[in-house]
Design a protein around this ligand. Structure first.
Ligand SMILES: [Zn+2]
Ligand SMILES: [Zn+2]
Length: 195
């Protein structure tokens, strides 16, 4: 069976101030089972600094914070003007207007800003199972996705090499572009798995 394994949530230093994961660290540490990573730095869509990751495919998403919690976006070409306390629907509409997918990041995390029970109120295309949080809270995210009839995606949310290789996304189709990722999420051809 053709499938592609991608870590959909990675922060690199130079791009995210909160991260000390370098491209070199990532390259050395990432599991050979992982085909690609999606860099999702805060409010940065495209590379700020040059970096090279030799052995994995690199895609670019972005992570937004808003008044309700964090939102991951894939398949967009521009980011909204950053403002304090932006309403969630404004960001989600921005993502959808550009043909992208909006994913609720770590909805029930006790250590990040997550939507919690309000996740149900928004037009998310998928729910993230985040590698840095407790297993019980990951299971809660999976159950929510079933209830909302949307897929899960998985990401390590790595900010250091020690946080890599936890939860990733298994796509049931070959992924060679961000368009492939967007299409696969819309078609529910993906799910979060442990690596
Ligand atoms: Zn976050
Ligand atoms: Zn993050």
């Amino acid at each position: 069976m053709i499938m592609t394994i991608i870590d959909m949530h990675v922060h690199l230093c130079n791009r995210s101030r909160c991260s000390n994961l370098s491209a070199e660290n990532l390259n050395e540490t990432i599991s050979k089972q992982i085909d690609g990573v999606c860099l999702t730095d805060h409010w940065i869509l495209h590379p700020k600094k040059l970096y090279s990751i030799r052995d994995v495919k690199v895609f670019h998403g972005v992570e937004f914070d808003c008044v309700m919690g964090d939102i991951l976006a894939y398949g967009i070409d521009s980011i909204p003007l950053r403002k304090r306390n932006l309403p969630a629907e404004k960001i989600i509409n921005h993502i959808h207007d550009q043909g992208g997918v909006a994913v609720c990041a770590h909805p029930f995390s006790n250590r990040h800003d997550g939507f919690g029970k309000y996740v149900y109120d928004y037009e998310f295309d998928a729910i993230e199972v985040n590698g840095t949080i407790l297993e019980g809270l990951q299971v809660k995210a999976e159950k929510t996705a079933v209830e909302m009839d949307i897929p899960t995606i998985g990401g390590s949310d790595a900010h250091s090499y020690r946080q890599l290789n936890t939860i990733v996304t298994k796509f049931n189709v070959p992924i060679n572009s961000m368009d492939d990722i967007v299409k696969a999420i819309r078609n529910k051809e993906c799910k979060a798995i442990k690596i």
